[in-house]
Design a protein around this ligand. Structure first.
Ligand code: SF4
Length: 89
């Protein structure tokens, strides 16, 4: 069904993460703090050094937006795949 269609892409610059853990507090389904004190974006692939990406569905957008908005250093970017438009920040 269309609900599983990848609609948005999260682009996470892990190098800039300061381990504030706000993302994981906002959305533990996709974000977790790991051994080095930084957040991992679950299910993401490293597409270039320190840059991690994964797609999400429409229903997964809201809670990832909350994670992105909560990040004090704004290292979580969200793009709408079809239009290429940056949703956040
Ligand atoms: S909120 Fe931002 S700085 Fe804090 S752990 Fe998540 S990605 Fe890192």
């Amino acid at each position: 069904m269309s609900d599983n269609t990848p609609k948005y892409k999260i682009i996470y610059d892990r190098e800039g993460c300061i381990g504030a853990a706000a993302c994981a507090a906002a959305n533990a389904d996709h974000w977790e703090i790991v051994e080095d004190g930084k957040a991992d974006l679950k299910g993401a692939k490293e597409t270039s050094p320190h840059i991690w990406e994964r797609t999400i569905t429409e229903s997964e957008l809201q809670r990832n937006l909350e994670a992105a908005e909560s990040c004090p250093v704004r290292v979580i970017k969200i793009i709408e795949i079809a239009s290429g438009k940056q949703i956040y920040p």
